[in-house]
Each structure stands twice: as C-alpha cells, then as structure tokens.
Design a protein around this ligand. Structure first.
Ligand code: ASP
Length: 313
C-alpha cells in the first residue's frame, strides 16, 4: 500500500512576460489565451490530485501550453532570423535533482516531453539540434514539419522585427518574446519545474536561451523552491537566475519572493531588460514577479482555487 498523501498539491504556470501590449491581441484572443491557461493548470492539477508526481504535472501543464497557439512554445513558437523555428526546453525534478534539456530542436512536437525522456535516461541529459529530433523520433515522440509551429501572428512579428532592423528602430518588449513554464508541489512534498520556448523573434540561428539551461531558466530542489523564468535569456544565463534564487533562499534565508524581486531589481530593471519568474516554495507558496507590462500566469493553490492573470491585476 502506498503512503497516504501528506499535503495538498499546488501548481503554477507562466505564459511569458512578452506580447503583453493589450492592443496586440483581440478580446477574443485574450479570452482564448486565458482559457488555455486554465486548461493547462487543470491538466497538471489532475495528476497532482491523484497523488501523481510534480514532475509529471509540470510536463503535462507545459505540453498543454506548447499545443496552444497563444504562447511562444511548440505550436506558435517565435521565428528565428532565417524564418525557422528552433525550440528550447528543460525540466527538473526537485526530488532527485535529475534534469533533462533540449536546445534548438526543429521537429519534436512537444520539446518538454523530450526533455523528460532525457531526464529519465540520465545521460546524456541534454541534446541539441538534429540529434534532439532524431532521438525524439527514435523514441516514438511525435515530430512535425516546421510549418506546424508557425502561426500568422509569429510570421507578422518576424516581419515587424525585420522592419525594425531595416529602419534602425527598437522593438517594444511586447514584440520580442514569450516562453511557457510550470512549477508544482505534489502531495509528497516534491517540487518540479519545466520551461519551453521558441526564444526571441528574429533570434540568430543556433542561439540557445535560458529555457534550455538548468539553473538559469529552470531549477527545482526539494525543500527550497521550483522556478521557471521568462525574459531575455542571455541575462538569465549570465546571472544563473534559477539557481541564484534557490541559493539566496537556502543560504541567505530570503523568501522566494524577496529573492526574485532583488534579482530583477539588481540585474534586469537597471539595464532595461525584461524578466519574469514563477516559483513555488517548499510550503506551496506561489510567487509571480515580473518587471514588464504583464506576464501570463495562473495557479491552483492549496485550497484548490484557480487564479489566472495577465497584467498587473
Ligand atoms: N527566455 C526566453 C529565451 O531567452 C525568451 C522569453 O522568455 O521571452 O529564449
């Protein structure tokens, strides 16, 4: 007989801190995006409420967001400078410190599933480029043509970014990026985190962002916190933000919220760099912080209450 669940589960997600200018989406699209956030939370929570592991819940949650056209991951991912898609994802199990990651995949439908497969395999824990897609196909994961990932909105965004380059103008934070991620605490007290992205519109071919880097865009450690980041990946990698948050909590005694706010205030806002983080601590407290106009986010708390927000609401 398995031991009785000891606590109420919690799950939280973000859908990126870019593409937030209210005028960029129609009322219907905002409503659809919110509905997809709800569905993704429910997909993860269904696993948690049956006593399933946090790592399976974050995978299911991120897969649902990858399948939605409204977020920059999987179907609806950003286009790179060559007009193609290169997808990054990672997942970490806070119970075991095992992790898996994918960089620059071009065909696997759900990069987070591939990251989980690699996590289970242990070594290699990270695959990049064609090898990632070949591994996915060889292990029975669904692969898709590049056209599957493209939506009209992403094609327009690429044109807009190319126009900025031609005219020497600057893109707004809204035009640039996105990403999806989830964090969860299961009934056994285990934490997990997962992140998936198409990166930046017009990013250089071969560029890898923080969403593929354990310790930068994704981090989870039982007893401390689980973290998924969004925003300019280069800055998250330089400051190893996922691990930095956990280190400040563990060694400096900060709350997760205080640690995130300090890092954004020290290393992002002064440089005019956008960033956002969703996190859960060991007790199930959810933190969602961002320094941009908004961040798609939602969670189901320990009382089973569902919350969805986009801007500073
Ligand atoms: N962090 C992602 C990257 O740099 C993009 C984003 O979240 O906006 O690839």
């Amino acid at each position: 007989m398995s031991p009785a669940p000891t606590r109420r589960p919690v799950i939280a997600l973000h859908g990126g801190c870019g593409v937030m200018s209210r005028s960029l989406l129609s009322e219907e699209e905002w409503a659809d995006a919110r509905a997809d956030i709800r569905k993704a939370l429910e997909a993860g929570y269904a696993i948690l409420s049956e006593g399933g592991p946090a790592v399976a819940a974050v995978e299911a949650c991120v897969m649902a967001l990858e399948d939605s056209p409204h977020f920059n991951a999987g179907h609806g991912a950003a286009l790179n400078a060559a007009g193609g898609h290169e997808l990054d994802a990672s997942i970490m199990d806070g119970a075991t410190a095992l992790a898996g990651a994918v960089a620059g995949a071009r065909a696997v439908r759900n990069p987070v599933r591939l990251a989980r497969r690699l996590m289970e395999q242990n070594i290699p824990m990270m695959l990049a480029g064609p090898a990632a897609d070949e591994y996915a196909a060889a292990h029975g994961l669904e692969t898709m043509p590049q056209s599957y990932f493209t939506t009209p909105r992403r094609a327009e965004a690429l044109q807009a970014m190319r126009a900025h380059d031609r005219l020497g103008t600057f893109a707004s934070e809204s035009e640039k990026h996105g990403t999806v991620g989830a964090v969860a605490l299961d009934c056994d007290g285990n934490l997990a985190a997962a992140t998936s992205t198409g990166g930046f519109t017009n990013k250089a071919v071969g560029r890898v962002g923080d969403s593929a880097i354990i310790g930068a865009g994704t981090y989870a450690r039982n007893g401390i916190c689980a973290v998924s980041c969004t925003g300019q990946g280069e800055q998250f990698i330089r400051h190893v933000v996922g691990h930095e948050i956990a280190a400040r909590v563990r060694y400096a005694g900060h709350s997760v919220g205080a640690a995130i706010r300090m890092i954004l205030a020290e290393s992002f806002t002064p440089q005019g760099i956008g960033g956002g983080v969703i996190a859960i601590d060991h007790a199930g407290t959810v933190t969602a912080e961002f320094n941009t106009e908004g961040m798609f986010r939602g969670w189901i708390d320990a009382n089973g209450e569902l919350f969805v927000a986009t801007h500073k609401d």
